[in-house]
Design a protein. Structure first.
Length: 114
Protein backbone atom coordinates (compact mmCIF):
# COMPACT_ATOMS: atom_id res chain seq x y z
CA UNK A 1 0.00 0.00 0.00
CA UNK A 2 1.50 3.35 -1.01
CA UNK A 3 1.36 6.53 1.05
CA UNK A 4 -1.71 7.93 -0.74
CA UNK A 5 -3.65 4.65 -0.38
CA UNK A 6 -2.70 4.52 3.30
CA UNK A 7 -3.96 8.08 3.80
CA UNK A 8 -7.19 7.33 1.93
CA UNK A 9 -7.72 4.29 4.14
CA UNK A 10 -7.41 6.53 7.20
CA UNK A 11 -9.86 9.02 5.71
CA UNK A 12 -12.33 6.18 5.02
CA UNK A 13 -12.13 5.17 8.69
CA UNK A 14 -12.57 8.80 9.76
CA UNK A 15 -15.66 9.14 7.53
CA UNK A 16 -17.18 5.97 9.00
CA UNK A 17 -16.49 7.27 12.50
CA UNK A 18 -18.10 10.62 11.69
CA UNK A 19 -21.16 9.01 10.08
CA UNK A 20 -21.66 6.78 13.14
CA UNK A 21 -21.56 9.92 15.30
CA UNK A 22 -24.25 11.82 13.42
CA UNK A 23 -22.22 13.75 10.85
CA UNK A 24 -23.13 14.08 7.19
CA UNK A 25 -20.16 13.94 4.80
CA UNK A 26 -20.39 16.75 2.25
CA UNK A 27 -17.02 16.54 0.48
CA UNK A 28 -13.66 14.81 0.61
CA UNK A 29 -10.25 16.01 -0.49
CA UNK A 30 -11.30 19.53 -1.49
CA UNK A 31 -8.30 21.34 -2.98
CA UNK A 32 -7.95 25.08 -2.57
CA UNK A 33 -4.31 25.47 -3.63
CA UNK A 34 -1.18 23.35 -3.84
CA UNK A 35 -0.72 24.09 -0.13
CA UNK A 36 -4.24 23.44 1.05
CA UNK A 37 -6.51 20.44 0.89
CA UNK A 38 -9.32 19.84 3.34
CA UNK A 39 -9.60 16.09 3.95
CA UNK A 40 -13.27 16.02 4.96
CA UNK A 41 -15.99 18.64 4.96
CA UNK A 42 -18.95 17.49 7.01
CA UNK A 43 -22.11 18.82 8.57
CA UNK A 44 -23.00 18.25 12.20
CA UNK A 45 -26.44 19.52 13.09
CA UNK A 46 -26.34 23.01 11.50
CA UNK A 47 -22.57 23.47 11.71
CA UNK A 48 -20.04 22.88 8.94
CA UNK A 49 -17.02 20.94 10.19
CA UNK A 50 -13.69 20.93 8.37
CA UNK A 51 -11.69 17.85 9.33
CA UNK A 52 -7.94 17.24 8.98
CA UNK A 53 -7.09 13.53 9.18
CA UNK A 54 -3.66 12.23 10.15
CA UNK A 55 -2.97 8.51 9.91
CA UNK A 56 0.00 6.55 11.24
CA UNK A 57 0.84 2.85 11.40
CA UNK A 58 1.97 3.14 15.03
CA UNK A 59 2.46 5.83 17.60
CA UNK A 60 6.16 4.96 17.96
CA UNK A 61 7.10 8.41 16.71
CA UNK A 62 4.31 10.25 18.49
CA UNK A 63 0.62 10.84 18.16
CA UNK A 64 -0.50 11.46 14.55
CA UNK A 65 -2.16 14.71 15.63
CA UNK A 66 1.26 16.12 16.48
CA UNK A 67 1.85 16.34 12.71
CA UNK A 68 -0.56 19.29 12.50
CA UNK A 69 1.95 22.09 12.74
CA UNK A 70 1.07 25.79 13.08
CA UNK A 71 1.97 26.21 9.38
CA UNK A 72 -0.32 23.30 8.41
CA UNK A 73 -3.14 24.78 10.49
CA UNK A 74 -2.66 28.16 8.81
CA UNK A 75 -2.90 26.52 5.37
CA UNK A 76 -6.10 24.74 6.45
CA UNK A 77 -7.57 28.04 7.66
CA UNK A 78 -6.82 29.63 4.29
CA UNK A 79 -8.88 26.94 2.56
CA UNK A 80 -11.62 27.13 5.18
CA UNK A 81 -12.00 30.90 4.76
CA UNK A 82 -12.19 30.49 0.99
CA UNK A 83 -14.97 27.90 1.40
CA UNK A 84 -16.82 30.09 3.92
CA UNK A 85 -16.84 33.02 1.52
CA UNK A 86 -17.91 30.88 -1.42
CA UNK A 87 -20.88 29.35 0.43
CA UNK A 88 -21.67 32.24 2.83
CA UNK A 89 -21.27 30.03 5.91
CA UNK A 90 -21.10 31.50 9.40
CA UNK A 91 -21.31 28.52 11.76
CA UNK A 92 -18.26 26.29 11.42
CA UNK A 93 -15.35 24.67 13.23
CA UNK A 94 -12.10 22.92 12.39
CA UNK A 95 -11.53 19.43 13.84
CA UNK A 96 -8.69 16.94 13.65
CA UNK A 97 -8.87 13.16 13.67
CA UNK A 98 -5.80 11.06 14.39
CA UNK A 99 -5.82 7.38 13.46
CA UNK A 100 -3.26 4.81 14.57
CA UNK A 101 -3.45 1.27 13.17
CA UNK A 102 -1.17 -0.82 15.38
CA UNK A 103 -1.35 -2.56 17.77
CA UNK A 104 -5.07 -1.82 17.31
CA UNK A 105 -7.01 0.88 15.50
CA UNK A 106 -7.33 3.99 17.66
CA UNK A 107 -9.27 7.09 16.70
CA UNK A 108 -8.74 10.42 18.46
CA UNK A 109 -11.09 13.26 17.59
CA UNK A 110 -10.16 16.79 18.62
CA UNK A 111 -12.91 19.34 18.11
CA UNK A 112 -12.43 23.01 17.32
CA UNK A 113 -8.64 23.03 17.01
CA UNK A 114 -8.45 26.53 15.52
Amino acid sequence: MNKREFGNNGEDIACSYLLKNGYEILERNRHFSKFCEIDIIAKYKKQIVFVEVKTRKTDSFGNPLEAITPKKLQNIKTGVFSYLQEYKIKDYRIDAIGITFYPQIQIKHLKNIA
